[in-house]
Structure formats: C-alpha cells, structure tokens
Design a protein around this ligand. Structure first.
Ligand code: ZN
Length: 433
C-alpha cells in the first residue's frame, strides 16, 4: 500500500477517534452532533428531522431520548458504570431513575458477558420502557452487598428522529445509493467505520466528473432506514441502479458481502467482482445472514438493488457489540481498504457501459502506437488483454460482463477503453430510454 493511501487511512482513523465518545442513540443530540461533524467534510449534507409519532410503513417514529448523566454509586461511595468514562455503560433508551437499591434489586438491571469478562456489552431497550447498566463481568463479580444509588438523568419526549442525506448529481438520473448507520455509542468498527468510509467516498466522488448520481444516507439503523424509505421510496425504486449498505468496514480482516434477497442485482455483481479481485478469500453471505439495513432495502415491495459491504461481518468477531470494538480494532489500513473497495465499486459502475468497435475486422493497433513495436516476451498479457477486450466490444455486453467473461478485474481495462476511445476505435452504445 502506498504511503499516500495510508495518509488517507490515517485521516479517516482520526475522524473515527473524534466521533468515538459521542453519546449516540436512535435519536437525540448524539446523532445531530455526529452529523454536524460529518458536515464539516460534506457541506451539502442535509439534516432531516422526522417528528415523533410519524407513521412510516408499519412503524412509528419513537420518542426522542436525551441523556445528561448516568452512574451508580456503590456502598463504598465509588462511582461505577459512569457514562462519562464509557457510554456503553448505560442501556440505550433507559428511562430516568434516581433511587437506592440493594445489590439483589440491582442485579436484574445489570448486563455483562461472563465469556468475555473484561468487555462491557452494548445493550438497548428502544421499544420497551426499562433501564439498565452494562458492566464488565469481572467488575460485576466484585460487587459487595449494600446500598447502591442509581442515577439516570434521561428524558423521553415528543421530539424527532434525525438522519442525514447528501445527493451528488451526475449526468444521469440513475443513482448509486450508499447507506450507513449512526446510532451506536462508543464502538469503532460496528459504528464509525461505515459513516467515515461513506464520508470520504462522498468527498472523492464529488471531486470527479460523474456519469451517475450518488445519494449518501446516514440513518439510525432500522427505524431510520424505514423513515428514509417511507419518504421517497418511489423515486428510489425508479432511479437506484445499485446500492451499498456499509457496516464493519474498518478492521484488518478479510472482506465480505451480504447479498441482496435474491442475490441477482447489479450491486451484487459489482460487489462480488470487486471483492473477488481484491481478496481471494472474501466471504459471501446470503441474505439469510442479514442483520443490518439490507433487511429494509431488500424487503418485499421495496427490493432496491442493494447489498452490504463489510470487512469482518457484524456478529462474526468476538469484539462485536462490546467495548472491545475500539479504536485499536479499526486501523488506518483497514479503513483505507474499505474505502478502496467502495471506490472500486463506484468506478466499476461508472464504466459499466456497452462499447462497440468502430471498424470491421481487427483494428490496426501498430499504426496508432497502441501495439508494442517490438514483439518481446512479457508484452503478451497486456496485448492479449487489449485484443480480447476489442474482440468482445460488439455493443451487446457491458464492460463488467466482458471482464467476467475474460476473468480479469474490470479495472485492468480502464486504460484501454480510454485509449481506444481517444483513437475513435471505440464508441459507447447509447442506451434507449
Ligand atoms: Zn450493531
């Protein structure tokens, strides 16, 4: 990997670190604060507020949750489970509490992982009024009998759900959708890798001339995706040609894809092509292994052409949904690799047109300087790649289909396409409609 590439990786990791400790949840100021920091990179980012009680398909926007402070004072007078030190300590959406409990009364409200004694688990209670604290099991085992003062200064009220959207217009109304979530507290891979990779990809695509349009959405998982879809599902169904949900895309593990419901969309083809030529051990998971917002985007009646891109898939690593999913699990090279994969998917979609050779029989490449003058060993592959490309550019197959047929990465043809077009040997087939 070049040092320039890792420079971007380091910038991404810095942004992950800056966003890490914000008190994010399904709704509230943590989501707004996260979006306002992303907007420093993406000035065109629109922030939408959907009021509590709004009907979205079969769901309703919940009450907004505001958290000021939460902690427990143990019988020795020590503050434990303080969200000021780690916001995973509080069960998300906990109702307000200010009371003194015995250890036996407190225990049902504590969550820990005996199999990972030093990790604080991530727990929420979005749709049921309840409260609780998450604690490392090793710490829980040390708790002594006595009086525990529990303080949760929270508020649940009629407010709104917040999500961010950035539309980047291209020449075509056909659009690429990138969705990621912004509702988890202090976790790095299963939270910040997605929004940070999406942000840098959005910056990159805005700096280029584009054929396609791009829509980036930053939503609270599940209800945020449902709210976004309910507001513009018809235009999305008309315009989205491929979509990618991003989750857990910043660690150094292998790449993986969670396929769309029937694994038959352009997004599936592009993701599989890019990943197969990036990582020979990449993992392909069927929709039966779903768990992120592909659940909504691919549901019957919505059926957007979308798959989920990950490095190590959610649920497949021990640090998942615990305090060990931290700033050391996500790395500059991991984030950079995730960004490269997404950008390669964009490039693949941008170039995925049908091309037709403009002359009959083989074009004479030599007189145009397109063929090595001397026939030397080692030129073979490049020349073969070029002549194979020409042989299949009859206007009937897309560049991705040709790349699949020739079992070569689609990016190995970009230079040839540009050169042949420049010499008027290749024309783009204009699609009807
Ligand atoms: Zn998660």
């Amino acid at each position: 990997m070049s040092s320039l590439a890792l420079e971007v990786g380091h910038a991404m990791h810095d942004l992950v670190a800056r966003l890490f400790s914000i008190h994010r949840s399904l709704t509230g100021d943590g989501v707004r604060q996260t979006l306002s920091i992303l907007a420093e990179h993406l000035p065109g980012l629109t922030v939408h507020e959907v009021p509590t009680g709004t009907k979205c398909f079969d769901w309703e926007i919940p009450r907004e949750w505001k958290i000021n402070e939460a902690y427990i004072v143990d019988p020795q007078g020590h503050r434990i489970c303080d969200i000021a030190s780690n916001n995973l300590h509080l069960v998300g959406y906990s109702t307000p509490v200010n009371s003194t409990l015995s250890l036996d009364e407190l225990q049902p409200h504590l969550h820990s992982l005996p199999e990972q004694p030093d990790a604080i688990p991530y727990v929420t209670t979005y749709y049921q009024d309840n409260w609780g604290f998450c604690i490392a099991d090793s710490e829980r085992q040390q708790l002594k009998a006595g009086d525990y003062q529990v303080v949760i200064d929270s508020k649940l009220f009629a407010g709104s759900l917040t999500y961010g959207e950035l539309f980047v217009p291209g020449e075509s109304v056909e659009e690429v959708l990138v969705s990621t979530y912004i509702c988890h507290p202090s976790m790095a891979n299963d939270q910040l890798s997605g929004p940070v990779v999406a942000t840098f990809a959005a910056e990159w695509i805005q700096s280029l001339d584009r054929r396609l349009s791009y829509r980036f959405v930053f939503v609270p998982e599940t209800i945020g995706a449902i709210a976004f879809l309910s507001r513009q599902v018809e235009s999305l169904k008309n315009n989205v040609v491929a979509g990618f949900n991003l989750s857990c895309i910043g660690d150094d593990g292998g790449y993986s894809v969670v396929e769309s419901r029937k694994a038959d969309t352009l997004a599936d083809q592009v993701a599989q092509h890019v990943l197969r030529h990036t990582d020979e051990n990449f993992q392909q998971y069927s929709f039966l292994n779903r768990g992120s917002d592909e659940r909504q985007y691919c549901s019957p009646g919505i059926d957007l052409p979308l798959c989920t891109l990950c490095r190590t898939k959610f649920g497949e690593y021990p640090e998942y949904h615990t305090s060990n999913d931290d700033l050391s699990l996500v790395t500059p090279s991991g984030l950079q690799g995730g960004l490269d994969v997404l950008i390669n998917c964009f490039k693949c979609l941008e170039s995925n047109q049908r091309f037709r050779v403009t002359v009959a029989c083989e074009p004479q490449l030599g007189k145009r300087g397109l063929y090595p003058a001397l026939s030397v060993r080692g030129n073979g592959e490049t020349v073969r790649n070029l002549t194979n490309l020409i042989a299949y550019c009859d206007g009937t197959e897309t560049l991705l289909e040709i790349a699949e047929r020739l079992d070569r990465p689609v990016w190995s043809f970009y230079q040839s396409i540009a050169k042949l077009t420049e010499h008027d040997l290749l024309e783009t087939v204009v699609e009807e409609g």
